[in-house]
Design a protein around this ligand. Structure first.
Ligand SMILES: Cc1cc2nc3c(=O)[nH]c(=O)nc-3n(C[C@H](O)[C@H](O)[C@H](O)COP(=O)(O)O)c2cc1C
Length: 196
């Protein structure tokens, strides 16, 4: 069974991320082809990266015990979904820092994004695609974008995410495609020599 990690990508009190994460977990509970476990950045409590040498030159070792604990946790998964909040048209600082706080553990694994906000965090997700490619990840095309109308309706408790059929479809497509890439890349990681 594939093991996927759900990165909860914002940490402020009263975060919307909570609702997005719960809805993703609810959908994942209906699936027999993968398990989805929470990697909450609030719990990880990572320091902002302050290594004197870049991770690439350290062989992925960090001097911070919390960064090391994080990277070991991250390493246990075959792929990831991140909830994406958009702060000033980019990803949250904590999420970027979480990517910087592991190195080898991300490589050759897929990631999908579930964003929310005025434009479903599309601008932040585009930046995350570039960041994760640099970590030798495979960001998948399919994404969930909870745009302004559902975002506000859910925030005000007028509706739930399940009231939007197109969001459920997007979630299913994200899961299906993430599973495809996770299987393909897991097979390749197990069979093929790593190319530098
Ligand atoms: C610092 C900051 C910057 C924001 N910038 C944007 C933005 O550029 N685009 C957007 O759609 N929403 C923006 N918002 C509103 C967020 O979409 C909204 O607060 C959302 O709930 C944030 O996710 P979170 O609740 O998980 O932290 C911003 C919010 C904060 C706190």
């Amino acid at each position: 069974m594939l093991k996927l990690g759900l990165i909860v990508g914002s940490t402020r009190p009263n975060r919307f991320a909570e609702r997005a994460a719960a809805w993703l977990l609810e959908g994942a509970a209906e699936r027999a082809d993968f398990e989805l476990e929470v990697l909450d950045l609030r719990d990880a409590d990572l320091p902002f990266l302050d290594e004197s040498i870049p991770p690439a030159m350290l062989g992925g070792n960090y001097s911070s015990p919390r960064a090391n604990a994080w990277r070991h946790r991250v390493g246990a998964y075959d792929g990831y979904i991140a909830t994406v909040a958009e702060y000033n048209h980019g990803p949250t600082a904590v999420l970027k820092n979480a990517f910087d706080s592991a190195f080898l553990e991300w490589q050759r694994k897929p990631i999908g994004f579930a964003g929310y906000g005025n434009v479903g965090a599309a601008r932040a997700i585009e930046q995350l695609r570039g960041i994760t490619v640099e970590l030798q990840m495979a960001p998948i095309r399919h994404e969930v974008n909870i745009g302004l109308e559902p975002f506000i309706a859910v925030l005000n408790n007028d509706k739930t995410l399940n009231d939007y059929a197109y969001l459920i479809q997007a979630r299913t497509a994200l899961f299906d495609n993430l599973v495809w890439w996770a299987c393909a890349l897991k097979t390749a990681r197990n069979k093929l020599r790593v190319v530098a």
